[in-house]
Ligand binder design. Structure first.
Ligand SMILES: Cc1cc2nc3c(=O)[nH]c(=O)nc-3n(C[C@H](O)[C@H](O)[C@H](O)COP(=O)(O)OP(=O)(O)OC[C@H]3O[C@@H](n4cnc5c(N)ncnc54)[C@H](O)[C@@H]3O)c2cc1C
Length: 398
């Protein structure tokens, strides 16, 4: 794609529109959406109207034409108020960026530019059969003339049943094995798509349930890249943008929990001593430690985002920094969990009641499981320390 995007610099107006959208929808809908397991559609519509769902898209396809630093900053600001909306946003921008990098003009016109850029996308990769090894597929599309019939049981897909398009990862007829995969852009309204309900501990509004594709017809024009190009798309399309965005959402969750804990401990007074909770040194110690953890993330995020832009500008594969991006995801997930737990500790029974602090504690748990799970990610990081191959794709696993 054109690297002209990276010539664009965010204007003050862009951030005013982003903040207004967050303030008028994301922040105020968060508790209700969590309670009711309600998909944050208005939030995404407001972010689209502000231009931010097209943050990385080229201006000629209706996008803002900005870089990864702005995308990650938006994910962070959204995550401060609502992890569910943050994840829906990241999966959307990730799917769009994969089309930016591997799609053709026809696909960008129809999926990114159409309806003023308001179509919502997501990734549909994970399968029950391969669990957390989501890059490795057992499902397979059939062929009908020049087109395809997608058959797949996906175990988790954020925005399932809600998205306008799914970036489905599967195999094509005659694929050699589970590593020989391809990507399709699947219309969310196509017959044969059935989404299951989403009932979970946290991120209850993001509808990340199972979804099945039963003989879903996909035209050849909606195959992304070539048959069998899936591995390259995973490494250089899906993963880099997803990992920086995911880490940024968890950084936002950590910051949001810290801010909520500061506000509560400052305002809650013990009348017997006439002291607020923040007057106790033990509480300040706990929050001080949490603040240090949160502060580790911003400079790291900005450095990785700048490197992603640099690689993009140079036309080099962004997977060059797959391991540093994975380290950032792992750390952000752990920081979100530690800070949410500290926020609960210092706010006592009030923090434990339903509300933003207990929600951050439940939401943050998803960070550990989401791919690559922290266990799998640490395995990659450990292997890379010793120059060992990651062995994501083991051949002939049939
Ligand atoms: C909120 C949420 C949103 C999601 N959104 C999407 C989405 O939009 N699109 C999508 O495609 N998927 C999505 N996923 C799926 C996610 O990325 C993982 O694929 C999925 O959570 C893996 O879960 P599992 O139970 O199948 O994993 P399992 O593989 O069964 O993992 C069970 C445990 O084993 C560990 N484990 C597994 N393999 C290894 C290994 N090789 N080494 C060490 N430990 C290992 C795991 O860390 C975990 O602790 C989402 C998941 C969640 C929770």
């Amino acid at each position: 794609m054109s690297k002209d995007n990276l010539a664009h610099v965010a204007q003050e107006d862009d951030y005013s529109r982003l903040d207004a959208a967050i303030e008028s929808t994301v922040r105020i809908n968060a508790d209700r959406n969590d309670l009711e397991g309600r998909f944050p559609r208005e939030n995404l519509q407001a972010l689209a109207a502000a231009g931010w769902t097209g943050v990385l898209n080229e201006p000629r396809f209706g996008g803002l034409g900005l870089g990864h630093g702005d995308f990650a900053e938006a994910a962070y600001r959204i995550g401060q108020h609502d992890a569910s909306t943050g994840l829906v946003y990241v999966m959307h921008v990730g799917a769009a960026q994969t089309i930016n990098l591997f799609g053709n003009s026809d696909q960008k016109e129809r999926w990114l530019k159409a309806k003023n850029g308001s179509l919502l996308g997501t990734y549909s990769t994970s399968e029950r059969a391969s669990g957390g090894h989501w890059w490795y597929n057992f499902s397979e599309a059939g062929r009908t003339g020049e087109d395809y019939l997608v058959n797949a049981e996906k175990s988790f897909t954020t925005s399932s049943g809600q998205a306008d398009f799914y970036l489905v990862q599967t195999r094509t007829p005659g694929a050699k094995d589970q590593t020989d995969i391809s990507f399709f852009i699947v219309d969310g309204k196509a017959p044969g798509i059935v989404a299951s309900p989403w009932e979970a501990l946290g991120v209850r509004a993001n509808h990340s349930g199972a979804i099945s594709y039963d003989g879903v017809k996909v035209q050849q024009r909606d195959r992304l890249g070539a048959e069998g190009q899936g591995k390259e798309i995973i490494y250089d399309g899906v993963s880099p943008v997803y990992l920086i965005g995911l880490g940024a959402v968890w950084e936002g969750v950590a910051r949001g929990a810290l801010n909520a804990a500061i506000a509560h401990t400052k305002g809650f007074v013990h009348k017997d001593k006439n002291r607020s909770l923040s007057d106790y040194q033990a509480i300040r110690q706990e929050l001080g430690a949490a603040k240090v953890l949160v502060e580790t993330l911003r400079p790291w995020r900005n450095e990785l985002a700048a490197k992603l832009d640099e690689l993009w500008r140079a036309g080099k594969p962004q997977s060059e920094i797959l391991i540093p991006l994975t380290e950032f995801k792992v750390h952000a997930a752990e920081v979100a969990n530690k800070v949410a737990a500290a926020a609960l500790t210092v706010t006592g029974g009030y923090g434990y009641r339903r509300g933003p602090i207990e929600r951050s504690f439940r939401d943050a748990r998803a960070a550990i499981a989401m791919g690559p799970s922290n266990l799998i990610a640490r395995d990659w990081i450990g292997k890379s320390l010793f120059g060992l191959p990651l062995e994501l794709f083991y051949e002939g696993g049939e």
